[in-house]
Design a protein around this ligand. Structure first.
Ligand code: ZN
Length: 130
């Protein structure tokens, strides 16, 4: 199953939890795992807090500080920072499913991390039944 994500900014953390939950409902799976995979070299997947939006902006700001957009990179396309951030954050997550629901903690949400937007992106979901 594929989830489409449209991003609006160069750097953005988009909460895709409800999209993953909708996809899970469609499968009817009650217990197992879902693997989420960003099919891109400049966009990642992470799980973190969605209650306070400042957490998202703190993560983005800190990544920008660690990996500035301009840094004498050699990659001709000019988006090396986005490639580096993607490698640091990672392109996949694995979430347990119990009672037909994602086993996320109270404050956890699944974020699609855009590092070179705006773009139309795809996340591959693989459900495993147990
Ligand atoms: Zn590139």
């Amino acid at each position: 199953m594929i989830i489409n994500v449209k991003t609006d900014k160069r750097t953005e953390m988009v909460d895709i939890t409800s999209k993953v939950e909708d996809a899970l409902k469609e499968t009817g799976i009650m217990a197992g795992l879902v693997h989420l995979y960003s099919m891109h070299t400049t966009a990642a997947i992470t799980i973190n807090e969605n209650a306070d939006p400042d957490v998202r902006s703190d993560i983005s700001k800190t990544l920008d500080k660690l990996i500035p957009w301009e840094n004498n990179y050699q990659h001709m396309e000019g988006n090396s920072a986005a490639h580096l951030k993607t490698t640091l954050v990672g392109t996949s997550e694995l979430i347990p499913i119990e009672n037909g629901k994602l086993m996320l903690g109270t404050w956890q949400a699944v974020f699609f991390c855009e590092f070179d937007g705006p773009r139309h992106r795809k996340v591959k979901l693989t459900f495993m039944k147990s």
